[in-house]
Design a protein around this ligand. Structure first.
Ligand SMILES: NC(=O)c1ccc[n+]([C@@H]2O[C@H](COP(=O)([O-])OP(=O)(O)OC[C@H]3O[C@@H](n4cnc5c(N)ncnc54)[C@H](O)[C@@H]3O)[C@@H](O)[C@H]2O)c1
Ligand SMILES: [Zn+2]
Ligand SMILES: [Zn+2]
Length: 360
């Protein structure tokens, strides 16, 4: 039996999203049907709407979600109806080249639901294989990670994408450690999570960079020790000044622009690490003197989903939240209804919010 539920759909490139009634099948083998309780509005949803990810319209948007398992299909053992779960876009296969190399956080063959959700018979492309701006969604059971059910759904759901991406960019990809200096370029939800992750990992100096003074104030609340307004100051010079003239050990780019990537490249210390977590669009290009790439040494990395392993990281981060050591509630700027996603995109573009979260 298919379920008819309200959901946010992006039908065409650049056009405002609409709320539609979609059809969600009952779970087949290996699948789980989720009653979505909360889903954050991530910049990646906007990238989908803009056609910057691919052209597989119509998209069922939403992917930073928490909810309860409504039903599971045959063979599902990791979750059961009633479990409180965070959805993830990395259901590792255990059998690809990355998994076989013992690096499942790079899994090249992650699982999604086999059956399709539809709108008037047309197959929908769920954002990041999830599609959770919907009262119910269908995922592969491996995309559901069970966590402490006493956590707030609006806060917990954020672990499912942006917050995990930022925390993991610092803690996993950047391998920030005690006493390190870190600079984070872009202080949206992802960048602030990178700041919180750097603080948790014991960084000594945490420099927040943004164009917006309000964002910089918020960044301090997550643990930034210094701030730089990129519209008013020279980012590279200021980061060098704040790090004894050297540059930061780890620089995290959380915007996704060639200009900020270049700043990150030159703002790190010799042998330091650059982590690109911001998502560029396919037209963007960067030119760097190859001698600088060689001569500065160190590591240039990209971070997909904070190199997380949901089964390892999600329950741990929810425990840190419940212990009061990771303030997830601070990321939730507002809770909204499913009808307000388009408006939330505008607020995001205007820099008014860190995260708007749809609650059901
Ligand atoms: N790699 C991943 O796995 C992953 C996961 C989720 C999101 N992302 C990406 O991370 C990026 C950030 O996401 P978000 O949700 O935090 O977005 P956001 O729009 O909330 O935040 C972006 C921030 O960058 C700031 N900014 C813009 N231009 C700048 C500049 N030139 N210098 C300094 N700051 C500047 C903005 O003021 C804003 O505060 C996006 O590109 C998103 O797609 C990546
Ligand atoms: Zn794999
Ligand atoms: Zn996201």
């Amino acid at each position: 039996m298919a379920h008819e539920v309200r959901a946010v759909v992006a039908k065409a490139k650049g056009e405002p999203v609409t709320v539609e009634t979609i059809q969600v099948p009952d779970p087949g083998p290996g699948e789980a049907l989720i009653d979505v309780q909360a889903c954050g509005v991530c910049h990646t949803d906007l990238h989908y709407r803009e056609g910057a990810i691919n052209d597989d319209f119509p998209f069922l948007l939403g992917h930073e979600a928490a909810g309860t398992v409504a039903a599971v299909g045959d063979g599902v053992t990791n979750v059961a109806p009633g479990d409180f779960v965070i959805l993830n876009w990395r259901a590792v296969c255990g059998d690809c080249r990355a998994c076989n190399r013992g690096r499942p956080w790079y899994c090249f063959n992650t699982h999604n639901a086999t059956q399709k959700m539809t709108l008037d018979g047309q197959e929908l492309s769920p954002a990041l294989g999830i599609g959770a701006f919907a009262e119910k969604t269908l995922v592969h059971a491996g995309q559901a990670t069970k966590v402490d059910p006493t956590a707030s759904p609006a806060a917990a759901g954020l672990i499912g994408c942006g917050v995990m991406a930022g925390l993991g960019a610092a803690m996993n990809t950047g391998d920030v450690g005690r006493g390190d200096s870190v600079a984070v370029l872009g202080c949206g939800g992802v960048g602030d999570a990178a700041i919180a992750g750097s603080a948790l990992a014991g960084a000594h100096t945490i420099i927040a960079v943004d164009l917006d003074d309000k964002k910089l104030e918020w960044a301090k609340e997550f643990g930034a020790t210094h701030t730089i307004n990129a519209g008013k100051e020279d980012v590279v010079e200021r980061i060098q000044e704040l790090t004894g003239g050297n540059g930061a050990d780890v620089v995290i780019e959380a915007v996704g622009l060639p200009e900020t990537y270049k700043q990150a490249f030159y703002a790190r210390d010799l042998a330091g690490t650059v982590v690109l977590v911001g998502v560029p669009n396919p037209e963007m290009k960067i030119e760097l003197p190859l001698i600088d790439v060689f001569g500065r040494g160190g590591t240039l990395k990209s971070s997909w989903y904070g190199d997380c392993l949901p089964s390892r990281d999600f329950p741990m981060l929810i425990d840190l939240y419940q212990q009061g050591r990771l303030d997830l509630d601070r990321f939730v700027s507002e809770t909204i209804s499913i009808d307000e996603v388009e408006e939330a995109f505008h607020k995001m573009e205007a820099g008014e919010v860190l995260r708007s979260v749809v609650v059901f």
